[in-house]
Structures are given as structure tokens and as C-alpha cells.
Design a protein around this ligand. Structure first.
Ligand code: BES
Ligand code: ZN
Ligand code: ZN
Length: 496
């Protein structure tokens, strides 16, 4: 969808005006009320619409203006109008407009004010929320869902200098939205299309933005000794890939490294998952998808940071060549692992990816993202991702950023006693702890054995990557959780 900031109104399609809680019209709403022969105030009298944040009321074919529809959107209480709330309002508006089969809408912003934000900033945040909600993954539909769909949203400010300011504020947010859409597209793709080689091929396009893209295939991984990645992949006919993305937006800076679990389909392997719900495992590559979207955003907005993205891409399948429960594998780090559950594959591929990232790039911090455990959904549901870290300062920074961006994180403990639970009888460790006992934590303890003392955090996003219900920022489906969080984390703490 195109978001445009303008100073002149176009009457095509839908006209949107804002109303504060208590039925208080904004300045531009007052003007439209007069032009429509008091349609707005008459409608307010006869409906339950009060102007609460996100409330919507539509008037079809309004008298006195050329627009085919007039939409009243609730702004809530003036003192509550934060950037986050503005983004929510923008998203709710898009969700509504998408259902109307109109292609153009114009939102009059004059008279919307907020304690801390100027009108151009208000416009940028409304536009960002509206844009985020416009993402739809419909490339496999041969017949469109609606007659037509919203393609243009104009946000009207007071003057051409305000237009320019709004565009400037909007620029980094637009880059963020593009990264988020990139992630959502990958996560939405079915696994017959998005298997490791295809995923890696797609990522090559990032080189046009100045990202260095390097791809290691099976042969190179064999030569390096990445046997935990190869072990998970060996049951599948699809070749695994390790993709390294490097954005060098700052010189002389030890990189910040992001590592993503990219299991393009997780059947469970020989320890096959039950068939009900198995389809969800197409999004078991969401960690890698998030890393891809984050790197794209950093490059688009030319972030002054040195960032590395490492995507471990495999398909986990059962077959005659698949790894068996009780196999012992030697990881890139040299440590040996007894595979007791072929479905605990995410930690295995991350083990080699984490070791490789720290060994080759000597990063100042490493953050991995993974749809790692079902247990994190039992613990935190679909509101918070799990945060695990070996470093207080890093955990604190991530937590602070999660509060600011509303991509919520909740820290869980790590401790020697949990670590002991993954000791094996026959190898250095096993890939599961005591079944059903703190299994999100023992998974994190496993990863911690492959970070070689580097400040590291693990985000278990199993409950966050996919949503079964609509929100102001996305339709049900892929959320791209983490792109926004980590983009802010980078700009807040690591940009020069
Ligand atoms: N990909 C799954 C975790 C998952 C479950 C993600 C549900 C999203 C939704 C992971 O590979 C897995 O199967 N984990 C096992 C670990 C267990 C064998 C220790 C799990 O959570 O059951
Ligand atoms: Zn699994
Ligand atoms: Zn998995």
C-alpha cells in the first residue's frame, strides 16, 4: 500500500476524520461536519460511537462532499495519544478500509494533537501503523478475496513544510515495515516452495542493498565439520544451507551478530510429530526469517552499525538416511552430542551456527531467535517471548527495548543445576533434558554451551512468530515478531 503525505485533500474514495473520546471533533472533522450539513454530529447523536481509541463508524454516500464514504475514527483521550497508540489507530483504520473494497482513502489530520509529538510525527506514526496492517499474503489465490483493495492512503497535514517533515520521520519507519514484510513473506511461504536452497537464493537479492551474502552448502559444511546441522538435514532430500549476511555500516566496530533457526519444515524426524498441528511447522524458520528482515531494514535505513546475520537452514524429515535417536554427533565446537530426540533439532543447528558466528566474527554480542520449544508457549502463551541470557547488561538492554516497542520479552532463569540435566551417559551432552521438566530452560542451557563466553541472548519466539488472530499490526498469520524489537535495540545501543 502507498502511504502519501499531502497538504491538499483528494475526495476520491473514503474520507477519514478523527474524533476524540467524548465525541469531541478534531478541527478538520468540524469543517467536514459543516460541509456535510452536520451529518457528523447527527450521526454521533444516533449511534453508540464515542470516539474511544480505535472505534470506527462509517457513513455511506455522505451529503455535501464528493467522497463515497466518510469514516469516523476514535482517537481516545488526548492525553493518551502516544506514538504506539497512533500506530494502533492507523492499523485499525487499515483493517477496516481493507474490508470496504475501496482503493483510495484520505485521512484529515489537522487538529490531532499529542503532548510530545508534532503533526508530522503524528502523521508518520499513523502511516506506519496503517502500512504494517496492509500486508496480505495472497500470491497463491487465483481469485481475489475482495472486489478491490486499498492501495492508497493519503495523510493530510497543514502545509508543504509539514509534508516534508512527515516524509523525513516516515523514512526509517518505512524501512522497518519493508523488513517486516520481507520476514512475513518468508514465514508465510509453504515449505514445498521455501526449502533451504530456495530461501538462500532469495536472500542473494539483499546484495543489491549493500549486504554481503555468503552461502555455505553441504560440501563446505562437511569440510568445516558442521555435523550438527548436517545431522538434522541428513533425513531430507533438501540440501542444508548456512547463509551469512554482513552489513558493514560502521568500520572498526566488533559486530553485533544475529543467529536464526531456519527449519523450513519440522516434521520431528524419526521421532515424528503427531499429524494434528504439524502444518504449523512450516513456520519453524521464523527465527531465520526475522534475521533476514532485520538485516534488510538495517541496510535500507543505512544503519551505522556492523551487523552479522547467520541463518541456519535445514529441513527436518524422517527417512532411511535420517539421524536416529541415540546417534552421537560431533559438533563444530568439538563437543559431542547424543541425539535422544530428533525433534529437538533447533538447538542442534543453532549449536554449529552460534559456534561459527563467534569463532569467525568475534562479535561483541550474539542474539539468537528460534521457535525452539512448545514449552515456552505453555509458560508465556502468545504475549511474551522467552528471554535467556548469560549477561545481565545485555538482558537488561533487550528488556528495556521490549517495553518501548511492545514486542514483549520475559526473562527466564539459567543455572548450573539446569545445565547438569543435559549431561549424557555416553557423550559430552544429550540434546534434551528430563522430559517435560523446564524444557525451554534446558534448551537454552544447551545453546549456552556453544557461545564460548560471548555475551549472548536467546529469544524463544515459538509463541510469537505466528498468530491465530488479527491484531492492529497484522492479520492472522506471520507476525515478524522481533524485527521491530531488534531494529530499535541496534539503533538505541549500537549505532555510532
Ligand atoms: N519447532 C519445535 C518447537 C515448536 C513447537 C515451535 C510448537 C512452535 C510451536 C521444536 O523443534 C520442537 O519440536 N521442540 C520440542 C523439544 C522437545 C523434544 C524437548 C518440543 O517443544 O516439544
Ligand atoms: Zn522439532
Ligand atoms: Zn523445530
Amino acid at each position: 500500500m502507498n502511504i502519501n503525505f499531502k497538504a491538499a485533500i483528494s475526495w476520491e474514495g473514503t474520507l477519514v476524520i478523527g474524533v476524540y473520546e467524548g465525541e469531541i471533533l478534531t478541527q478538520s472533522a468540524e469543517t467536514i461536519d459543516v460541509q456535510t450539513d452536520y451529518t457528523v454530529k447527527r450521526a454521533l447523536k444516533d449511534t453508540s460511537f464515542q470516539g474511544k481509541r480505535g472505534e470506527i463508524f462509517s457513513i455511506i454516500a455522505p451529503h455535501g462532499i464528493d467522497s463515497s464514504r466518510l469514516v469516523l475514527i476514535g482517537l481516545g483521550k488526548k492525553e493518551d495519544l502516544t506514538s504506539h497508540h497512533l500506530e494502533e489507530i492507523g492499523g485499525i483504520l487499515t483493517a477496516h478500509l481493507l474490508k470496504t473494497s475501496q482503493t483510495h482513502a484520505t485521512f484529515l489530520l489537522e487538529g490531532i494533537d499529542s503532548k510530545n509529538l508534532t503533526l508530522p510525527e503524528i502523521a508518520a506514526h499513523l502511516g506506519f501503523g496503517a502500512l504494517l496492517r496492509s500486508f496480505q499474503f495472497d500470491k497463491y489465490r487465483t481469485k481475489p478475496k475482495n472486489k478491490a483493495s486499498l492501495t492508497h492512503l493519503d495523510l493530510i497535514v497543514s502545509s508543504s513544510s509539514e509534508v516534508e517533515k512527515a516524509q523525513t520521520f516516515f523514512m526509517p519507519l518505512k524501512s522497518l515495515a519493508e523488513g517486516i514484510f520481507y520476514t512475513r513473506t518468508f514465514v508465510s511461504e509453504p515449505p514445498n516452495v521455501l526449502y533451504p536452497v530456495h530461501f538462500a537464493e532469495e536472500l542473494k537479492a539483499l546484495s543489491k542493498l549493500g549486504i554481503k551474502v555468503e552461502i555455505l552448502g553441504e560440501k563446505q559444511m562437511q569440510a568445516l565439520g558442521m555435523n550438527t546441522i548436517l545431522g538434522v538435514a541428513q533425513g531430507s532430500v533438501k540440501e542444508p544451507q548456512l547463509v551469512i549476511l554482513e552489513w558493514q555500516g560502521a568500520k572498526d566496530q566488533a559486530p553485533v551478530a544475529f543467529i536464526g533457526k531456519g527449519v523450513t519444515f519440522d516434521s520431528g524426524g524419526i521421532g515424528l510429530k503427531p499429524s494434528s498441528g504439524m502444518a504449523d511447522m512450516k513456520w519453524d524458520m521464523a527465527g531465520a526469517g526475522t534475521v533476514a528482515g532485520l538485516m534488510k531494514t538495517l541496510a535500507l535505513r543505512k544503519a551505522s552499525v556492523h551487523a552479522i546475520g547467520v541463518l541456519a537452514l535445514v529441513e527436518n524429515m524422517p527417512s532411511g538416511t535420517a539421524q536416529r535417536p541415540s546417534d552421537v554427533v560431533k559438533s563444530l565446537s568439538g563437543q559431542t552430542i547424543e541425539i535422544l530426540d530428533t525433534d529437538a533439532e533447533g538447538r542442534l543447528i543453532l549449536a554449529d551456527a552460534l559456534w561459527y558466528a563467534q569463532d569467525r566474527y568475534k562479535p561483541q554480542v550474539m542474539i539468537d531467535l528460534a521457535t525452539l520449544t512448545g514449552a515456552i508457549i505453555i509458560a508465556l502463551g502468545t504475549e511474551y517471548a522467552g528471554l535467556f541470557s548469560n549477561n545481565e547488561d545485555l538482558a537488561h538492554k533487550l528488556y528495556e527495548t521490549s517495553v518501548e516497542t511492545d514486542e514483549k520479552l520475559w526473562r527466564l532463569p539459567m543455572h548450573e543445576v539446569y545445565d547438569k540435566d543435559i549431561n549424557s551417559e555416553i557423550a559430552d551432552m544429550k540434546n534434551i533434558g528430563t522430559p517435560r521438566v523446564a524444557s525451554s530452560i534446558t534448551a537454552a542451557q544447551f545453546l549456552a554451551r556453544f557461545v564460548n563466553g560471548v555475551p549472548w541472548a536467546h529469544l524463544d519466539i515459538a509463541g510469537m512468530a505466528w498468530s491465530s488472530k488479527d491484531s492492529p499490526f497484522y492479520a492472522k498469520g506471520a507476525t515478524a515478531f522481533g524485527v521491530r524489537l531488534l531494529d530499535r535495540f541496534v539503533s538505541k545501543y549500537y549505532e555510532k
